[in-house]
Design a protein around this ligand. Structure first.
Ligand code: NAD
Length: 318
């Protein structure tokens, strides 16, 4: 109640909508709820909260989060804290990134400082194939390192030996409430179709490489038709590749049309395609920029122009 009153006072003072509702409906992602469900006590961050999408298990997840690959130590903690201050409510980490402890530390700090409550933030991590043999220990290790009561989403990082065994162990943790949702990463059409019959709880999300030069439209369509959300890694082309992508002539022109950056145009293109994004950055300006994509809309023609940039050019080996 107190939060609602504060939010109304804030809206009256600033003229902002309490719901932070984007002005347009995006047809291809009609399941994305254009309203913010997570009101919290940090009034400033309400300006930039991402909309949420309802997963196939009924849980709401923000459509945009921060990726943490290659972020470590204080830089990792500070980047996540900055992201939370700027309205991010989703974080993507993994055992393989070696930074689950830092992610947990940043989340606990944000909770202690009153920026968020635990239920306001959505934390995803991943088991690596070398953990699939002994999945319960691996899950316990992730819970311990994160130390945030429960994990919102756990993914298998890659297909591999015993991936079904690992997934079934994760299913047991869903039953006990220690993990809320399950997903997969780097599973394409054949891998997904082979895997689904082996398990009981449908994945809510598949995380794969997706950017304008590697669009995987048939894979995206296949996954979305299964009522599974698609999330794109390397949305900006990935480290070492973003210079070319962020200087692409077509994207630069579209960015100029909207007075936005190329990064924002790419992230918006994903959003309008119903693809969740987790751009990585430790730069506070970029962190802020990357979530400021809910106040403009790409035209059908611009979406088509970006579609035509596809080169089936993968920027990593898996
Ligand atoms: P990315 O495509 O998000 O690019 C990140 C690079 O772009 C960084 O160098 C960053 O400094 C720069 N950048 C970020 N915002 C910018 C902006 N607004 N303008 C200019 N430059 C900007 O690549 P990423 O971070 O490696 O990938 C995103 C996330 O996806 C990772 O952090 C990780 O969480 C996840 N991921 C998952 C897998 C997987 O196998 N599941 C693989 C790779 C990455």
């Amino acid at each position: 109640m107190e939060k609602v009153i504060l939010a109304i006072i804030f809206a009256l003072l600033t003229g902002c909508s309490v719901n932070n509702t984007p002005s347009e409906e995006v047809q291809s992602i009609n399941e994305i709820k254009n309203e913010v469900v997570n009101m919290n006590s940090d009034l400033e961050s309400n300006l930039n909260l991402a909309p949420t999408i309802k997963l196939n298990n009924g849980i709401e997840m923000p459509v945009l989060g921060i990726g943490t690959y290659s972020l470590h130590d204080d830089i990792c903690v500070d980047s996540i804290y900055t992201a939370i201050q700027n309205g991010y409510r989703k974080i993507d980490t993994a055992y393989m990134y070696g930074n689950e402890e830092e992610v947990g530390k940043a989340v606990r700090k944000a909770i202690a400082d009153g920026l968020i409550k635990r239920e306001d933030i959505f934390v995803a991590t991943k088991l690596y194939p070398n953990q699939y043999d002994n999945p319960k220990d691996a899950i316990e290790e992730a819970l311990k390192k994160l130390d945030i009561e429960y994990i919102d989403l756990m993914l298998l990082h890659h297909p591999g030996d015993n991936d079904d065994k690992a997934y079934k162990a994760m299913e047991e943790y869903v039953a006990s409430g220690k993990i809320k949702s399950l997903g997969l990463s780097n599973y394409y059409i054949k891998e997904i179709d082979d895997f689904l019959p082996k398990i009981s709880i449908k994945p809510v999300l598949v995380q794969n490489e997706i950017h304008p030069y590697y669009q995987e439209s048939d894979v995206v369509k296949h996954i979305q038709e299964l009522d599974i959300v698609v999330e794109g890694w390397y949305p900006l082309g990935g480290r070492g590749h973003q210079t070319e992508l962020l200087n692409d002539e077509t994207l630069l022109k579209i960015a100029q049309n909207h007075n936005k950056s190329v990064a924002q145009v790419i992230l918006r293109w994903d959003y309008q395609n119903g693809v969740i994004v987790i751009p990585g950055s430790s730069n506070p300006e970029h962190i802020k920029e990357n979530i400021s994509i809910f106040d403009f809309e790409l035209t059908e023609d611009e979406m088509k122009q970006i579609e035509e940039l596809n080169r089936d050019e993968k920027h990593d080996w898996y």
